[in-house]
Design a protein around this ligand. Sequence first.
Ligand SMILES: [Zn+2]
Length: 625
Amino acid sequence: MQRPLLRIILGFTAAAMLAAAVFFIARKPDNAVFPGISGPEASTTVSRNVPVEWKQYDHAAPGAMAILLTNPDSSWLGLAHGLKTIGVPFRITTDVKTALQHKVVMVYPTISGKVLNQESLQALAAFPREGGTLIGFDVAGGGLEPVFGFSETGSDRSRMALHIDTNQAVTAEFTDPRERIIPLNGSKRSGDDMGVVSYSQPRFPPLATYDNGAAAILHRAVGKGHAYAIGLDIGFFLLKGYNNRQQGIARSYVNDFEPALDVLLRLLRNIYRQGEPDAVTLGTVPQAKSLSVILTHDIDYTESVRNALVYAQHEKQSGISATHFIQTKYIRDWNDDVFFKPELVDTIDRIAALGMEIASHSVSHSRVFSKFELGSGREQYPQYQPFVRDAEHTENGTVLGELRVSRFLLGHLTKGGDPVSFRPGHLQNPFSLPQALEASGFRYSSSVTANTALTHLPFRLAYGRETKAQTAIYEFPITIEDEHKPKLGDRLPQALAVADRVSRYGGLYVVLIHPNVLDHKLDFQKRLVAALKNRAWFGSLRDFGAWWTARDQITWQVQYEGRRRTLLLESPQPISDLVLQLPKHYRLVKTTPETVTTPSAGSSLLISKITGPLKLEFETAGAAP
Ligand SMILES: [Zn+2]
């Protein structure tokens, strides 16, 4: 018989041994999933948070829009990234004379006597009279009120929406109810609410008003010139969406149409085209199609693995490529059993052999990934052991560990090549994600929904999801997903209706289908592809990302000589199937080097391939030089 104390000690020991055994069982097989494999060898160093200089965007470019920057400590980076996305050429300058050599000049973020001297203000005031287009943000004094046609500026932090008047040339295309009203702040008030300015006693009907009727955007035509006063800081608003900090502004989460940022970018593009007779802008969809569709699958569950192959076979049969995001799950935990095993690698290789992109869907698929520490950058398989205890707790996980180790395993063990695309589990989005992706060798992210990003167009990510520094990572937000009700197979008409709305301006349409089942989801995919095949471009995120990144680096300018226009375009990376939107009076005469070009809708020109510099010469019909 044991004495009580001894019994307690023995009991404790047994419990401890049991706990150790459970721990051992839970973790022991992990290291044995791929014996002899370890890596990655090289460590990952995340770059420092260095603000980007506006001078990086100061390229002399005749025919471009000029941004006269009156305060470098502003959200100009959002404006720069937004204009790149919508394909409007621009240069940033702080010199008024340089800006006024352009036909369209945007003064950002403010026009006032505090930031511009009297001589500069007078030159700006005269600009519309001389035929130029002046776009002023936050026109606060400086004596320019008569130029824009209002009496006083007021500020307001409680405005909920912008209402657009579609009776004017530059706004006529905004016929969708969600384009005519742009939400500005969430219904829950917070200290971060976006402030706006309004313009009192407008002399002409405003282009846009706030929800209280006050004038938000003014337009005054002055002969051939134009003056626009904008009361909303579009650069700041763009960054709210791009940084996924919209705080309840979005009217839906996913599966719906939320074009808030797109309307503002299209408005700026329309104003630019109106004011610059030689405006050339870049199309947003390859091959002159109206919509870019990226089919994606998240493989984060044991049963999904084999089904993914069936989806891939349908994609191959349809002549398209898609992106398969794969969780490299080598630890058994609260989420699921281990499934990233040699048998799965065989299946992944078959998916890759069908031409599909193999991408990363993290290691642990933790619901608290957004709270993970950045990590050391030395995490390696098999020592990296993120363990999901439950929905709220994950042990030993780091952002860099999830990225590095998943990328290593997929790149090293499968025939899919080194992954370049990433999507986190549950769209958990740590602030360190953009720079961590960049440091780990990724290039493309699909980590947010289009609705919460307030845009159906891709965009470049800022460091830390902040406002000063940029990364080389581009985001391609999700449009349609399969987890909301009703079940995916029952909502094809709704999904196609969203595609119609997004395709009106060449948007992006990323579809997420979890291959946990085939039946109604595979059927949805088949019917969706059949419905969109003719008018949409289809491809993987890797394909589209490479195209979009090359497009983002293109520079171009227009030179004039009598009726002759020469468009000099430079693409540092080769790019195919790019559309240029040209002025209506341009007639193509010659391209150097010789390139296959195809006229397409709305005086656009489809260029089959660009490698390096391309010269396009045009005759103009009846346009003043
Ligand atoms: Zn997932």
